[in-house]
Design a protein. Structure first.
Lengths: 326, 324, 321
């Protein structure tokens, strides 16, 4: 078995506030294999984006990684000095942001932003970097790249800008790309194109993707495996097909129940009652217990750990005897 | 872009017309122009003849048009007090004010931007909080008291710098400068600092607020996520975006600096147009007051135009964008 | 592609605790006042200075403007010492005319505060009136008033005030100039500061005007003036109070500056600015107290009022809290 590209172990992210410490991400562990696409899904505020930010070392103060480890290619990167971490960002982990309208500096030409990023990480001359930048824009599907490279961001449409963002994330050939809701801000008509471009380019380069989204449809079409987050914890991890067809965690099942399916005599679409708790009011025991249709007394006082129940599948739910206490 | 410039020019002309109207009203109706020109013993008939000859009996609109015509030629009459053409008077004192204003603007801009960037990048440091507290106190202090304080410390107690005047000046024919002599430069220090402090605080607070705002934007986070160096982010991406509003305000402040010089020049007995204006107000020297008003308004309008054009140079969205 | 969005299970906004709803504005402000040492300190200093100024004739140790009580030989007596020639004792020293500096400061603060308060009130009334008119009627009235405000706001207030002062001096007959000087000063400073109020009030008025209850009142035929007073005015008082406090500090500074420049109050009724102007003449000869104490008083007055205004702005602006 090959070594994982990225390995997250017991990651916990905390925010000290006036009202005490809020735990945005608690004790999560998962691996990403080289070239693999891991979808990370959950409601807004479940901690998915925070996980991505923690991996790349961009948690905004006063937030901090309180516990846990992040390993990239066998190197521990969560405790690196700032300068060493900076050299990893962009070079070995690329990041794609949500809103292409705000993630490009409006005062810099596309060429400046690309060349600056390329030359920060690769020992190339100005001319060589420019050639590489034009090639990248070509790859992400910007027509007439050689001419348009000197345009400013406002001269591109939203979809085109997101292509530029992808080019920027890939410009130093990273091993891992973290895509944080890459299509949420885009028109439905261009979402699929952007996902295709991203997936294709990463596949060509052998880069793995951590795809953070709340859109199950995108995950179903794109990811190899899926990790479901709820209230800062992982509820379930497994191959996309298995999770969609046979969810193990009641929360995942609820999510899947919300997907209309042909050939099933469902009376009505299933909706999960209630709302995800705020970070300051996560209940004891299993965080999902107040909303869970199959809640047991045990769930209210004991917190389940994410435990393997089948090969390649893990779940954090007391319905399964293999699950241990966190 | 051309349409924008034309519209701005039209607006500026309107503003100037409005100020000219006020200047005209002051010029024409404050005090009696005749009695300030002739002695008490002049007979009533002679006064009436003069009145007629000067056109003071013409319809108001004709007089206003004549006033504007004269103003366009730089003609503002004779100072009551000094019996000299007003334009000549202002021009002879202009170099002193301009040198003072530019020195102050330079200090305010450089120190203000440096301190603003520093306090924005280290928002929690002790030094930053100290600067912010001092700046709050600084804006509450009257300019003339700061000047007096500096004079007391550096001129009276320490005796390092001169307390008033311009020092030795060099006559370049059309410009008398104090920048070429040691005593001229030493005389410039205290008034320039005094005049700069207020604008300095403004610029510093503005730079700080803008920079904090910019540091929170997505494109800065994306720049960090791409692994750009701290220097490239802070002094490239962040500072460039910060500078757009700062340029506007700083540019507009230059006009204020020249106008604020009124107080500073009086404290330091600096022979510029500001102190000329104060003495003319004290002695109700109406032509000088009216001319000074027009002169300051012209400077403001010109600066506004230049700032608008600068916007185009700096912000590509405006340059390429359709409309405004 | 089919988008299966699972996100919209949005949590409801947390219910407001009822105590906070019931808490009236005043107590909220008071509470935030007690939480701010700067605000408490500024209030104490400002109140002390205001009370001293108000009761100056009762508590001042000397009457500095009654030549009969002055002993000319007491001139230049240093602070906290007895005159070498009489039994008079001076806490803050005596000036060149043998006046007790402490007493001149007490009377001077009176003049400074009077001019500052009156000028600010004048600016508020004028600015609010024009702002309400501009915001409520819109159109040409609005355009003209706000253009004038814009032009004026781009010039420093001190320049405007100087100009108005000069004009008034040119118009008034010479024998009345001295007696009217204070009112001219109030007029000049007030006219120089109205635009800020007009701009704020206009903005708030335009927001209120669009609201349904104002539209309803208008349809019911309520007189515009009544609408302005009953519905719109209460909504603009908060911002006006903030700008008014900061404006008072500005007006005090402007008065001091004008008097310092020698174009303000007559020497027979010296304000703090006049006292500083006088004291400056003795800076080089060593009688520092004639300058120092009035300067400190002016700084304390302007600073405390300004800090109060700053605090008030933060306290009344929930966005910043």
């Amino acid at each position: 078995m090959t070594e994982p590209l990225l390995s997250v172990r017991g990651l916990t992210v905390e925010f000290p506030t006036r009202h005490g410490i809020l735990t945005a991400v608690e004790d999560i562990s998962f691996d990403i294999m080289p070239g693999e696409v891991l979808g990370m899904v959950g409601e807004s505020g479940a901690g998915k984006s925070m996980t991505g930010n923690a991996i790349i070392g961009l948690i905004e103060a006063p937030g901090r990684i309180a516990r846990g480890e992040v390993w990239l290619n066998g190197q521990r990167i969560d405790s690196l000095p700032p300068e060493a971490m900076r050299a990893i960002r962009g070079r070995r982990i690329g990041m794609i942001f949500q809103d292409p309208l705000t993630s490009l500096n409006p005062l810099y030409r596309i060429s400046d932003q690309l060349i600056e990023t390329i030359r920060t990480h690769l020992p190339l001359s100005q001319d060589a970097a420019r050639k590489r930048a034009i090639g990248l824009l070509d790859d992400v599907g910007i027509p007439d790249a050689a001419r348009r490279i000197d345009d400013y961001p406002h001269q591109f449409s939203g979809g085109m800008r997101q292509r530029v963002v992808i080019a920027l994330a890939l410009c130093a050939e990273p091993d891992l790309v973290i895509a944080d809701e890459p299509t949420t801000a885009l028109d439905v008509s261009v979402q699929a194109q952007i996902i295709d471009v991203m997936k294709e380019l990463c596949a060509e380069r052998g880069a793995a993707i951590l795809l953070v989204t709340h859109d199950m449809g995108v995950i179903a079409e794109t990811a190899d495996r899926v990790a479901v987050m709820y209230a800062g914890r992982l509820a379930e991890v497994g191959p996309v097909r298995d999770v969609i067809l046979a969810a193990r965690h009641p929360y995942t099942a609820g999510l899947m129940g919300a997907i209309p399916r042909l050939g099933e005599n469902l009376v009505r679409l299933n909706q999960i009652p209630g709302a995800m708790p705020r970070l300051s009011a996560i209940p004891p025991g299993c965080p999902f217990n107040p909303r869970c249709p199959r809640v047991m007394d045990h769930c209210r006082s004991h917190r389940p750990a994410l435990s393997p129940i089948e090969p390649a599948r893990k779940v954090a739910c007391w319905l399964y005897p293999e699950v241990t206490e966190a | 872009m051309l349409a924008f410039i034309i519209r701005r020019l039209a607006q500026s002309a309107l503003v100037m017309l409005f100020v000219a109207l006020i200047a005209f009203v002051i010029f024409r109706y404050v005090g009696d122009p005749i009695s300030s020109m002739v002695g008490v013993e002049t007979r009533l008939e002679d006064r009436e003849i003069m009145r007629e000859r000067l056109g003071l009996n013409d319809p108001v609109i004709v007089q206003f048009a004549r006033f504007i015509g004269n103003a366009l030629q730089g003609e503002f009459g004779i100072s009551y007090r000094l019996q000299q053409p007003v334009t000549e008077l202002i021009l002879s004192r202009l170099p002193a004010t301009i040198e003072l204003a530019f020195a102050s603007a330079l200090i305010a801009l450089v120190v203000g931007v440096v301190l603003g960037v520093y306090t924005a990048l280290n928002p929690r440091g002790y030094f930053s909080s100290g600067i912010m507290a001092v700046s709050l106190i600084g804006v509450s202090l009257p300019t003339f008291l700061i000047g007096i304080g500096l004079i007391y410390l550096f001129a009276v107690e320490l005796g390092w710098l001169p307390s008033n005047g311009r020092g030795e000046v060099v006559d370049l024919g059309w410009w008398r400068t104090g920048l070429l002599t040691e005593s001229g430069l030493r005389s410039l220090i205290l008034p320039a600092i005094t005049l700069s402090l207020f604008q300095l605080t403004l610029i510093m607070r503005l730079v700080r607020a803008e920079m904090l705002e910019v540091m929170r934007t997505e494109y800065i986070r994306f720049a960090k996520a791409r692994g750009l160096t701290r220097r490239a982010i802070n002094f490239g991406h962040a500072l460039k975006n910060t500078m757009i509003p700062v340029i506007t305000i700083t540019g507009l402040q230059l006009g204020s600096v020249i106008a604020f010089a009124i107080v500073t020049e009086s404290v330091f007995q600096w022979p510029g147009v500001g102190s000329l204006f104060v003495t003319s107000v004290r002695d109700v020297d109406v032509p000088v007051m009216a001319a000074y008003l027009m002169f300051i308004a012209l400077i403001f309008v010109l600066i506004n135009l230049v700032v608008d054009l600068l916007y185009f140079v700096v912000d590509p969205r405006l340059r390429a964008g359709k409309g405004h | 592609m089919s988008t299966l969005d699972i996100s919209p299970a949005k949590p409801l906004p947390p219910p407001r605790p009822p105590s906070r709803l019931r808490r009236i504005l005043d107590s909220d402000i008071f509470w935030s006042w007690t939480q701010s040492p700067v605000a408490v300190g500024a209030t104490v200093v400002a109140l002390t200075l205001i009370l001293v100024a108000l009761f100056a004739p009762l508590i001042a140790p000397y009457d500095p403007f009654n030549p009969a009580t002055l002993t000319l030989m007491d001139g230049f007596t240093p602070p906290a010492s007895k005159s070498a020639f009489s039994d008079n004792w001076f806490l803050m020293g005596a000036d060149h005319q043998a006046r007790d500096v402490l007493s001149t400061i007490m009377y001077g603060s009176r003049v400074s505060l009077f001019v500052g308060v009156m000028a600010t009130l004048f600016a508020i009334v004028l600015g609010m009136g024009l702002g309400l008119a501009a915001g409520y009627s819109g159109g040409m009235v609005d355009a003209v008033i706000m253009r004038i405000a814009d032009i004026q706001l781009s010039f420093p207030a001190i320049l405007i005030a100087l100009l108005i002062f000069g004009v008034a001096k040119g118009i008034l007959p010479a024998n009345q100039q001295e007696s009217l000087a204070i009112w001219v000063l109030i007029l000049a400073i007030g006219l120089a500061n109205w635009a800020q109020f007009a701009r704020t009030v206009r903005g708030a008025t335009m927001v209120e005007r669009e609201k349904d209850y104002v539209a309803a009142a208008r349809i019911m035929g309520v007189h515009p003036v009544l609408i302005l007073f009953r519905h719109i005015l209460p909504n603009v008082l908060g911002p006006v109070l903030v700008i008014g406090t900061i404006g008072l500090a500005l007006a005090i500074i402007e008065e001091a500056t004008l008097s310092f420049l020698g174009v303000g109050v007559p020497p027979t009724q010296p304000s703090l600015g006049t006292l500083i102007r006088i004291g400056q003449q003795f800076m080089f000869s060593g009688e520092w107290w004639i300058l120092f104490f009035p300067a400190v008083t002016l700084v304390l007055l302007a600073l405390s009022v300004n800090l109060l205004g700053d605090w008030l702005r933060d306290a009344l602006n929930p966005k910043l809290r």
